[in-house]
Each structure stands twice: as structure tokens, then as C-alpha cells.
Design a protein around this ligand. Sequence first.
Ligand SMILES: O=P(O)(O)O[C@@H]1[C@@H](OP(=O)(O)O)[C@H](OP(=O)(O)O)[C@H](O)[C@H](OP(=O)(O)O)[C@H]1OP(=O)(O)O
Ligand SMILES: Nc1ncnc2c1ncn2[C@@H]1O[C@H](COP(=O)(O)OP(=O)(O)O)[C@@H](O)[C@H]1O
Length: 383
Amino acid sequence: MREYLIYRRFDSFVHFSDTHARARFFATRPDPDSIQPQFFFPLNWTRSLLDRGTHPLHSPPSAFQPPLSVFSSKVPDHQVAGHQAGQGHPGPLIDDSGRFYKPLQDDYRGATEAAFYTSFSLNTRVPDHIRRFFPVFYGTKLLEASDGSGQRPHLVLEDVVSGLSHPSVMDVKIGCRTWYPEASEDYIQRCFMKDRKTSSLFLGFRISGLQLYGSQESGLWKPERKLVQNLSADDVRVVLKKFVSSNSPTDPNLNPDCSFASSVYGGSSGILAQLLELKSWFEDQTIYHLNSCSVLMVYEKKKDLKGESVDAKVKLIDFAHVTEGNGIIDHNFVGGLCSLIKFISDILTSPDECTTKVCLQNSDNNNEEILTGSNECTTKLSL
Ligand SMILES: O=P(O)(O)O[C@@H]1[C@@H](OP(=O)(O)O)[C@H](OP(=O)(O)O)[C@H](O)[C@H](OP(=O)(O)O)[C@H]1OP(=O)(O)O
Ligand SMILES: Nc1ncnc2c1ncn2[C@@H]1O[C@H](COP(=O)(O)OP(=O)(O)O)[C@@H](O)[C@H]1O
């Protein structure tokens, strides 16, 4: 009988036999058709073991090989950051039932993220009011990769954008430091350069990517990612305002009017309230350190235009670099979260504050656009 670690609760390892692991797994997730229980982890959740270079997900025990089944999926058009299909990487997929399939990377990153979701979904120390800020995890599944490179394990997650016809989405990478402590010198250098070049080092967060719905005529606006990531602190403020404005994000003569700020950022269930709730848990929790993880902010502007609730959501995503907290508060994450909170609460309290012009490119047509914040300030940035 084989033994597998399916999670480690940071104070003890928990082992299950094959039978018990399956039973336990299915008991917690009631969708056996889409779950492939083959990827429970041998005893290697900790990074030192993961770093040995073996990938447990690519050598599952034969008894666990999943059946091939007909599966209808597509590449999401709401993805705003991260690895995308067609750039030498397989990208995520979605289906019609509201699931998001994230391909597991070959190295420790795939193993770390799968181990994190497994640990987190079973960890009774995480309160439900915090759990709701994470996508629901449905296990892993072998799927044809979106880049045609063959079958590959994917995390099966809740698609947090599902059901929205014109979603506005922003991915904000949290932390002034985006590497994990045990990373190689090369990796740390690469992250440090990115943190310094972007707003991460200065603000404790950076915008990794976004799309926003303008209007019926202009449709969705998705600026070039690399340019969004290199914005200064002032530019970040403009983009956070544009995210909740009714006027066209691409018209250089319009100031962001922040007319959706109160319904999206404000209110008892708005984005600010959700971020504050997260902050109060992260000020205490010492189980996980969420290195390089993102806050995904999502809402449907069209609903507000129709007078319906916008249903603004905050979700944490991207756990490829999570490490154990070992009784220490995740100050890097808390600091970044506080900074984002400050920006958003400033927009709510003084939406008219002076802002700069931001010059960005639309990722679709590469046309340069000047995004004006305020007519009084005329700093034009050439990116
Ligand atoms: O390869 P790239 O240029 O897409 O860079 C990835 C970054 O995408 P970006 O281009 O900055 O939007 C990506 O950043 P986002 O998640 O998009 O913010 C990660 O930093 C990724 O590294 P890792 O998988 O977390 O170790 C980065 O991947 P690697 O540099 O590790 O391949
Ligand atoms: N559960 C999810 N539901 C909807 N969209 C998601 C989800 N997870 C990630 N995304 C989208 O995919 C992008 C990249 O995700 P991420 O986990 O950061 O990937 P990577 O590890 O490649 O950086 C995010 O910016 C977001 O647009």
C-alpha cells in the first residue's frame, strides 16, 4: 500500500493510504468526474525537497492514471497577466461550467502551487470568511495543453470571472519583494530588477495587468502589459481611478470621473471592505507566506449602468512561490496590502486629487494612447 502526503498542516505531516486519500479527497470536493486524484504529493511539500528537481505531478502512480474524456474548453479572453498560451508556454483554459484550468509548470512552481491549494483547502485553521477570498480548488486534471504540446496536469479552479459578460479585471501583484527567501541568486536578481523597475519596490505592489470595460462603443480596453507594469506611483493612481470611471479610458481629454468608485471600491461589501478584512487576517496569520501572489479585482460595470449591484470581487491568486510561515507574520504581503488599501481609500475620499497623464499602448492594436488623469497636471510619460 502506498502512502502519500496530501497536505501538511505546518505542524505535522498527514499521510493517507491510496484508499483513504481518495476517500478524503472526494469527501471534501463533491465532483468526482472532474477531479483526478492522482497528484497527491509524496513527502515533498517543503521547498527544500521540491527544489531537488523532481516533479511528482509528472510521474503519477499508474493506478491513478485518469481516463481520457471529451472535454470542451477555450482560452479565456479575460486573462490579464501571467503565462499565456502561444508564447512558448501553455496558458490557462476555461469551460462553460465556470472552471479555470491553470497548467502546472514543470518545475517546483507547479508543485508548490498544487501543494498550496491542497494544503489550504483542507486547513481548518483558515476561517470561512477568509477562504472566500481564494478560488475554490477542485483538484487537478490531465488536459491537452492549450499550446498543443500534449497532455499536462492542470489545477482545476473556480473561474472567478465566470458569468460576467463584460468584466473589468485588474491583477495587482502584492509585496515590495517578489522572490521567495530560498530562491537562487539569479532568480532573486531577476525579481529584484523587476521590482525596482516597476512600482513594487516603491509602493509595495504593482499592477501586473488589467482590462476594463469602457462603453458599448469602445468595448473592452486592455493596455499593453509591460507598459502597465512599469507605471510610476502617480500613474498607478490614475489607472486605479480609470478602473472605476465611466468615461472612456482612452480619451486623452477626459479626467477619470471615478463615478463607480463608491459602488466598486466603497460600501460594506466593496473592494476596500474586502481588502480590510483580508488585512486583518494577514496581520495575525503565520501559516503561509504569499510571495509574489496577486490580488485580482473584478467587477461588471454594465451592471452598475443598469442600476444593479456590481458585485465587486477580490480574490487572491498565483501561489507558485508560497512558503511556510513558520510562526512569522508575512510582513511583505501585509505591507503591500496596506499600501493598496491606502491608494483605494484615497480615491474614495479625494477622487479629484491631481493626477498625471499616462501614455499606454493597447495590446490589440499597438496604438499609442495618452490617458489623462487631470488637466491641471501635465506630466506626460513616454513609456
Ligand atoms: O516569462 P514572462 O515574461 O511572462 O514573466 C512572467 C511574469 O509575467 P509578466 O511578463 O511579468 O507579466 C509573471 O508575472 P505575473 O504573474 O504576470 O505578474 C511571473 O513573474 C512569472 O514568474 P513566475 O512564474 O511567477 O516565477 C514570469 O515568468 P518567468 O520569467 O519566470 O518565466
Ligand atoms: N481562478 C481564476 N479565475 C479567473 N481568472 C484567473 C484565475 N486565476 C488566474 N486568473 C487569470 O490568469 C492570470 C494569470 O494567473 P496567475 O495565477 O498569476 O498565472 P501565472 O502563474 O502564469 O503568473 C491572472 O492575471 C488572471 O487574469
